[in-house]
Design a protein. Structure first.
Length: 136
């Protein structure tokens, strides 16, 4: 979604798709103990993913998204549509828990849009949103 915008390379450093827990551990530094204790779809893991992406990419802001898009994989505790999004901004990390409805594609797209909205909110809080809108 970000790179479909012309000029995005001026601000977007990259992304890490960590679908597998091993990648979450090796590329983003998510502790195995955290995955075992909370599961991959959890607030602590989303926060760790965002912090890990920020560190690995040398980014000012980074998002971590983990969830269950379906159609299978849900449980009573974490039904399909459960999504955790975290935004790492310097020493702070912000979190949003979602319970989305719809098919797999709808859950994935809504999750990405929420992550972009939360990143935008951080830019607004920093006073940088007008610069981003003007330049991009």
């Amino acid at each position: 979604m970000v790179t479909s915008v012309a000029g995005s390379s001026a601000a977007f450093r990259g992304g890490i798709i960590s679908y597998d827990n091993e990648i979450k551990q090796l590329r983003l530094g998510v502790p195995a103990q955290m995955l075992a204790a909370h599961g991959a779809v959890s607030e602590p893991v989303a926060r760790a993913m965002a912090r890990g992406a920020q560190a690995q990419l040398g980014a000012d802001l980074a998002a971590g998204i983990t969830g269950i898009a379906g159609p299978g994989g849900g449980s009573p505790e974490k039904p399909v549509g459960t999504v955790h999004i975290a935004i790492a901004d310097g020493s702070e990390t912000f979190h949003k828990a979602l319970r989305l409805r719809g098919n797999r594609g709808t859950v994935q797209r809504a999750s990405a849009l929420w992550a972009l909205k939360l990143l935008w909110d951080r830019l607004v809080d920093r006073g940088l949103a007008s610069v981003a809108a003007r330049d991009g």
